[in-house]
Design a protein around this ligand. Structure first.
Ligand code: 1PR
Length: 544
């Protein structure tokens, strides 16, 4: 089997990259010390998290001279995400830390005055009509980053071929290549078939051969629209049923048991199979929520680890796992930190972890200590090790109606849907333990606290709407959108494609999630995307 060398220098969730390479018929050989670098013919430098952290790790382990030598020797080199950023002179993220300086430009933060940051989702890598590692004008690629190299159109004069993405009014470098060097800001291993294609062009060497030549005019001019697409996520709530099988289930307002006398846990299918079905139907991401904690088995045998391992072999879009991510004690009495649990999930193929109950408790402490951070919460620890983009906070709020504006200290919404006694106002109370316990904290307080701790995204459920098929809670979603800069995923209540159009048109949500309507077979992900496309919204279709 042909081999590619992968540099393993920093805690990272690179299992999906390995899976993608193996799927393409190549074998991964690990570079675990600078002495291994000269053995590499083709070298890939992946990267997640902070620019400074990655560069410091590389520098302290004395990798930088070996990488430079590899590049200067003209051997194939590919950088991914922070692996692309490493090629630049430096980044606003950590101004004192130098990059490799192969590309004479600096990285800057996205302007967050008019959009969510990080930039998360599917966007273009527009080559301007040039051949570049099989990047295609009508394909979309998965990005997640807060810093970018602004596109100025000057690097081409120095022999670089550049592909761009556009976010809001900013155009940035999505991929760049010259000679033996290829680097992508997006994650090709998470970009479905389009991503596998570009990795293949690197592995086979075909990408470097015609680099920068003109694409055939019919390909170059094929209709496409640049920009971030509307992101659609399929969510699978997973638990063991009373027979001990691991099943996908779905509740009505979080009650997952059938209405009949026997009250069985609803069984809607098998998690790995359903995830693959949604991927092939065009889901932009798949989220698994472990809604029971499987507490009676050792952590290393958690059934969700195997679900992730199996899913990541065939599903090449981002995978999120939630449920039970908190400091805990294993069955043998060993203390295990939330970071250890997250690491187990990342190593099994997850790209993000989602934290629910523990985030609420951490936020309570944050406020009780006068909004000070001590770096010890699960969110801070995981975000520091794996980057902000790897930490989602899942919020399970419930409406609390009040008769007048000053009836509570909480952030209020004037609602179009009055309460049982005609109350015209409400606030959203956070809950823990799958909605079983309501806390004296509103969604604005929670989301602002977790944003300060380093969460990268909010998964915003709504217990009142969950499983109702009555559409998203637009008032809740806009309240949270107004409160934070990080992206928000609208969840709970989707019953038909029109509900997705409504949430995208009437709120500024960054993504929308559906569960029951897909599991029950009422609509496919593709039908929702076709509907949104017909309405003129920019979406990504499965590129198979
Ligand atoms: O608290 O960190 O252990 O995480 C537990 C996780 O499990 C949380 O993310 C919490 O939301 C979730 N969870 C706990 N109990 C339930 C339950 O249903 N009994 N599921 C549950 C939450 C809600 C959504 C659902 C949408 C869309 N599921 O994810 O998929 O509401 O549904 P719809 O489109 O069918 O309306 P921790």
């Amino acid at each position: 089997m042909p081999t590619v060398h992968l540099l393993d220098y920093v805690a990272g969730n690179i299992r999906s990259l390995v899976n993608a390479i193996e799927k393409l018929g190549y074998e991964v050989d690990w570079v675990r010390s600078p002495e291994d670098v000269p053995k590499a013919e083709k070298l890939i430098l992946p990267g997640v998290g902070h620019f400074g952290h990655c560069m410091t790790q590389l520098s302290q382990a004395n990798y930088l001279p070996a990488i430079k030598k590899h590049i200067e020797a003209g051997k194939p080199f590919m950088g991914i995400c922070v692996g692309l950023q490493a090629l630049f002179q430096g980044s606003e993220e950590d101004p004192e830390v130098p990059g490799l300086g192969v590309i004479p430009s600096y990285l800057t933060h996205f302007d967050e005055s008019d959009k969510s940051v990080p930039h998360i989702g599917w966007n273009n890598a527009n080559t301007g009509g040039k051949f570049m590692y099989d990047l295609r004008p009508d394909s979309k690629y998965y990005y997640v980053h807060s810093y970018k190299s602004p596109y100025r159109g000057t690097l081409e004069a120095q022999g670089w071929t550049v592909a761009t993405g556009t976010y809001g009014t900013e155009t940035f470098i999505g991929a760049i290549a010259k000679g033996n060097i290829y680097a992508t800001q997006f994650h090709p291993e998470k970009s479905g078939v389009a991503g596998l294609r570009t990795i293949k062009a690197f592995l086979t060497g075909s990408g470097a051969q015609n680099l920068g030549a003109d694409l055939p005019s019919d390909v170059a001019s094929a209709g496409h629209k640049d920009g971030l697409t509307r992101r659609l996520i399929a969510c699978l709530d997973v638990r063991t049923n009373d027979q001990g099988d691991l099943v996908v289930t779905k509740g009505d307002q979080y009650d997952v048991r059938e209405k009949g006398a026997d009250r069985n846990v609803r069984n809607l299918g098998k998690p790995v199979e359903m995830a693959k079905k949604y991927y092939e139907s065009g889901a932009d991401e798949v989220t698994f929520l472990n809604i029971t904690s499987f507490r009676d088995c050792p952590l290393a045998d958690l059934p969700m680890l195997e679900v992730l391992r199996q899913t990541s072999l065939t599903v090449f879009v981002p995978l999120t796992i939630g449920g039970g991510i908190r400091d805990t004690v294993d069955t043998d009495g060993t203390k295990v930190s939330a970071l250890d649990i997250a690491t187990m999930y990342f190593k099994s193929g997850a790209d993000k972890v989602s934290i629910g109950s523990d985030a609420v408790l951490a936020a309570e402490e944050y406020y009780s200590l006068g909004k000070k951070l001590f770096g010890n919460t699960a969110i801070e620890q995981i975000s520091r090790a794996y980057g902000r983009q790897a930490v989602v906070v899942s919020v399970d709020p419930k409406r609390v109606y009040v008769p007048k504006l000053d009836a509570t200290r909480h952030a209020i919404v004037e609602t179009k849907f009055p309460g049982p006694k005609g109350e015209a106002f409400c606030w959203y109370a956070c809950t823990i333990k799958g909605g079983r316990e309501t806390r004296d904290m509103d969604v604005v307080e929670l989301t602002q606290a977790v944003e300060a701790m380093g969460a990268g995204e909010i998964l915003l459920n709504c217990i009142d709407k969950d499983g109702t098929n009555s559409g998203f809670d637009l008032e809740l979603i806009q309240q949270v959108k107004n409160a934070v800069k990080i992206p928000v995923i609208a969840s709970s209540g989707a019953g038909n494609p029109g509900h997705f159009e409504e949430v995208f048109e009437k709120t500024t949500t960054d993504a929308a999630l559906g569960a029951g309507m897909f599991h029950r077979g009422e609509y496919t992900v593709k039908q929702v995307k076709d509907f949104l496309q017909d309405k003129g919204l920019l979406i990504r279709q499965f590129d198979g």
